[in-house]
Design a binder for this molecule. Structure first.
Ligand code: ATP
Length: 303
């Protein structure tokens, strides 16, 4: 069964069409990322799916429920990890998780969850003593404690240092093994690439792309890049004919090409015949971020 079904969903705030006729489905067990620039309609969409905001029109089924009318039975089966959850600062980590667990008929063991999010050393620390990253991990544990079938993760690694981010990714990856469906919103394209089975890109309330990260990268029709150091006593004019355009930048050749394989073959064949080393030779495919920026028209815009 699909965990989420959305058809022709609409929601306006006065004249602003925050969500303007979008549709998608999320399969059970899938990690699905919603991407889009600020104001694209992500939060509105997620809040409608969570049952915290009403839609103007359209069909929405989440775990088989209409979130508007699903009531307690629905709420017990979803977990929500907010970007900034309000905490009871005086509670300890374990107390807070036990309290939250008591609200759910099904639950994960709070102590196991504390270990899962690597807060074992902080089990009996008060919430007010946690660092920002530790709080975010506690947020995650709180979202999971009711053993949800579907977890809403809103920018789960904002404010994390790189090592903490990678650990969080591993952790979210483990949720997949529990069979938890995850709806993720993030501004980190690398995060979507790492975690999501599929991504949907929203812009101005409309869905402008949907697919696996690889499909989006390929669909962006962006060139790949071949780079290497120019061999001594050669110029760009000496290079063999390529489908892509080659330019030299301070002794490094950059070739933007949609045919990375054939251009690589031309270049290596040329170098082998002439006995050249192509120092620092590298081929890179377009990233999800590049495809996203091209799709949303944000490329080259001042951030
Ligand atoms: P961000 O990445 O900045 O969180 P978002 O993609 O989540 O953005 P939304 O918060 O859903 O976008 O907002 C979509 C549009 O709806 C924006 O133009 C926003 O200004 C508007 N909007 C959102 N909430 C309200 C509200 N309560 N009242 C009026 N307008 C709103």
């Amino acid at each position: 069964m699909d965990a989420i079904v959305v058809r022709d969903l609409r929601r306006a705030y006065g004249p602003v069409r925050a969500v303007d006729g979008i549709g998608f489905t999320v399969a059970a067990g899938e990690v699905f990322a919603l991407l889009g620039p600020n104001g694209a309609g992500k939060t509105t969409t997620v809040e409608i799916l969570e049952g915290y905001r009403r839609r103007d029109s359209g069909e929405v089924r989440v775990l088989g429920f209409d979130p508007d009318t699903g009531g307690r039975e629905f709420r017990e089966r979803i977990g929500i990890v907010l970007q900034t959850a309000g905490f009871e600062e005086e509670f300890t980590v374990r107390e807070l998780l036990r309290l939250q667990a008591s609200l759910y008929p099904r639950r994960h063991d709070p102590d196991e969850l504390i270990d899962l999010v690597e807060l074992g050393a902080k089990r009996t620390s008060r919430v007010k003593e946690l660092s920002g990253g530790q709080r975010r991990r506690l947020d995650l544990a709180l979202g999971l404690v009711g053993a949800p079938d579907l977890l809403f993760l809103d920018e789960p690694t904002t404010g994390f240092d790189p090592a903490a981010r990678h650990r969080a990714w591993q952790l979210i990856g483990r949720l997949r093994q529990l069979g938890t469906t995850v709806l993720l919103t993030t501004h980190y394209l690398e995060e979507a690439q790492e975690l999501a089975d599929r991504v949907a890109v929203l812009r101005s309330g409309r869905l402008i792309a949907i697919g696996t990260p690889d499909e989006l990268r390929a669909g962006g029709r962006l060139p790949g890049t071949i780079t290497f150091r120019l061999p001594p006593a050669t110029t760009v004019a000496d290079l063999p004919a390529l489908t892509g355009e080659a330019r030299a930048d301070d002794g490094t050749v950059v070739v933007d090409t949609r045919h990375t394989v054939s251009d690589t073959w031309q270049l290596t064949d040329w170098a082998l015949a002439a006995g050249f080393e192509l120092a620092d030779f590298a081929v890179t495919q377009p990233t999800l971020e590049a495809a996203y920026l091209a799709l949303t028209g944000e490329a080259g815009r001042e951030q």
